[in-house]
Design a protein around this ligand. Structure first.
Ligand code: ADP
Length: 590
């Protein structure tokens, strides 16, 4: 259905409704060619004409159409499978709009939502669609409809109730646009499947049939999905599966996989469902590896400053090889994680009644992995840009570099190589911590001296920028038994975050004992940007970051919380503190 609906959306999306009102034959020709090239795969020719269109609109002072041409480039890149490039361009467009004081960001946010959705990044897709919704002008019904629909589509399998709500909003707005209304009905049927709501489905099915009769002129779509869902609810599973197998033109392979998973689960065929989950993972893996390689290629193109001679090309290959090895290491990690989970799954499969759980685990691990790959490629990209760029300049004999310039670049290359190594090490460490089930509490921790040591380490990174304070209500000889390395790691992470998210002011570590409860508390307080209300419940989730563009994997707090729990303690964010952030680590002393 997605396949069809995306085409349909494009037909209906007014992005192409450029300002053609001028009586201008030069423009007409340009526009005609532009439209033709959009449907072609010759990217160079398309970019070229796209630039001409932009120049034209710039001269006319028609900024709205100028933006639309840029946005069409984003759509074009996305359709050509170049989502990395598309995301970059969308970012540039956003910048230009901000500079010009144009507030129609929702158009770009919505495009970014779709782009992240194609990249399998649910969270970012959700964030951008929601931003688009919040930023959308209430009178722009067309845009609102698309955003509601996209949100419904995104949430159908994970949060079908929410998807239902969004789809209803879409339906309410589309009453006077038959094509959209038909989409609403088809999608409603789809959500009924995820909600297991046969009654609602039958009503929707009847309305759909009626609607098609009344509006015979509309594009034909949705029939296959309707019959698959109909047969499923009637218990004709084999028929539904056969229709699904034969429907290559209506659904993407991933969609078919998803529908099969749903169907097999309803049939109680958990093992077949699990097979489909695995197949879906393979499909996603292949998408993800395409994405990683697309990123690498794109980075290289970006850095293609001049034609390299043979020697330089060789050097570049070496760098590329390093990059691939590093990415392979990251992928290796993922596979390793996957294999350990698979073994776990296999054990569960032996016990039939636990199959359901195995299936849920498999689906969860699938989602985690997608998110993981997205983050790895995001984090590695910046240092890689520097490395590949400078390596190309240095190895290109047509650039005459001064000794000091060359040294500075080599220095930067080395720094950034270290940064990548650190990222890989951090990932390895996380993987290691992840597998821990227990911490031996064999160390005697002298609290004040441990804290002082940590503060000294933090001061090295701080270098006088912020005021760092440590105060303790404990005697200097106060000790308790715990796992020293784990406690250090959690505190280092909390202090590191405090430093990272505080521009000016102070970071404070305070310790006190609560004898009634037999615990010691470590309170890390900063005067930084703080954590907005709506994000507070999420920051301990894997890969969660309030600002995606800040450095970090969004794993530190997840791991810290896990460690605190394994140490029989707790880690919380203090919601009453408003001048920055305050985290409290509580550990038992008994
Ligand atoms: P990361 O490694 O990305 O910092 P964490 O899991 O440690 O990941 O933190 C998750 C997110 O929580 C951060 O990206 C940031 O948005 C928010 N956060 C954590 N600590 C602080 C803090 N002291 N001040 C403001 N935001 C914070």
């Amino acid at each position: 259905m997605r396949k069809l609906i995306i085409c349909l959306l494009f037909v209906l999306t007014p992005a192409f409704a450029l300002g053609t009102e001028q009586e201008d034959s030069v423009f007409d020709k340009l526009y005609e060619r532009y439209y033709q090239l959009y449907q072609d795969t010759d990217a160079t020719a398309f970019y070229d004409i796209s630039r001409q269109m932009m120049d034209y609109y710039q001269k006319q002072g028609n900024t709205q159409s100028y933006y639309k041409v840029m946005l069409n480039e984003v759509l074009y890149d996305s359709e050509q499978g170049q989502s990395y490039r598309a995301i970059k361009k969308a970012g540039e467009l956003l910048e230009i709009m901000k500079q010009k004081g144009d507030k129609h960001y929702y158009i770009v946010y919505s495009a970014l939502g779709s782009l992240y959705e194609t990249r399998g990044n649910y969270r970012l897709a959700n964030r951008y669609f929601t931003d688009a919704l919040n930023n959308c002008e209430p009178k722009d019904t067309n845009a609102l409809m698309i955003i509601y629909f996209r949100l419904a589509e995104l949430k159908a399998d994970r949060e079908p109730k929410k998807a239902w709500e969004y789809n209803e909003k879409f339906g309410a707005l589309s009453k006077n646009s038959p094509q959209y209304y038909k989409m609403y009905l088809v999608f409603k049927a789809n959500i009924c499947l995820y909600l297991n709501d046969k009654q609602q489905f039958l009503k929707t099915y009847a309305e759909f049939q009626d609607y098609c009769k009344q509006h015979a002129d509309l594009l034909v779509f949705g029939n296959t999905l309707m019959s698959v869902v109909y047969d499923t609810f009637q218990g004709n599973y084999d028929k539904a599966l056969n229709t699904l197998d034969a429907s290559t033109s209506d659904f993407t392979e991933l969609e078919r996989c998803e529908l099969r998973i749903k169907l097999y689960r309803m049939m109680g065929e958990e093992e077949k469902a699990l097979e489909e989950v695995n197949r879906r993972r393979d499909l996603r893996d292949s998408l993800n590896s395409n994405m990683l390689f697309e990123n690498i290629n794109e980075i290289n193109t970006e850095m293609g400053i001049a034609k390299l001679n043979e020697q330089a090309a060789k050097e570049r290959e070496i760098w590329l090889a390093i990059v691939i090895v590093l990415l392979a290491a990251a992928l290796g990690l993922i596979v390793w994680r996957y294999l350990t989970r698979r073994r776990y799954q296999k054990e569960l499969i032996k016990q039939n009644k636990e199959l359901e759980i195995a299936l849920d685990h498999a689906q969860e691990s699938d989602r985690m992995k997608d998110s993981f790959i997205e983050h790895v490629s995001h984090e590695i990209r910046t240092p890689l840009n520097v490395i590949t760029g400078y390596a190309q300049i240095i190895t290109n004999p047509s650039y005459e570099l001064k000794e000091e310039e060359r040294n500075r670049m080599l220095n930067d290359i080395s720094k950034n190589t270290n940064a990548i190594t650190e990222i890989v090490n951090e990932l390895l460490e996380v993987a290691q911590d992840e597998s821990k089930k227990h911490y031996q509490k064999d160390d005697t921790i002298v609290v004040n001296s441990l804290c002082k040591e940590l503060m000294a380490k933090v001061e090295q990174r701080n270098n006088g920028r912020l005021t760092l304070t440590f105060n303790s209500e404990l005697a200097d000889d106060f000790t308790f038994r715990c796992h020293r390395q784990a406690v250090e790691k959690v505190l280092e992470h909390l202090l590191g975050n405090a430093l990272k998210f505080t521009k000016e002011g102070s970071v404070d570590l305070h310790v006190h004992e609560s004898p009634d409860h037999g615990v010691v508390r470590f309170v890390v307080t900063d005067t930084g940007i703080g954590i907005p209300e709506e994000h507070r419940n999420h920051i301990f989730e894997r890969f969660y970051k309030v600002d995606m563009f800040k450095q970090g994997f969004g794993l530190g707090l997840t791991m810290s919380l896990k460690m605190a729990i394994l140490l029989d303690g707790s880690l919380v964010l203090d919601n009453s503190y408003k001048d920055g952030s305050r985290f409290i680590l509580t550990l038992p002393i008994g």
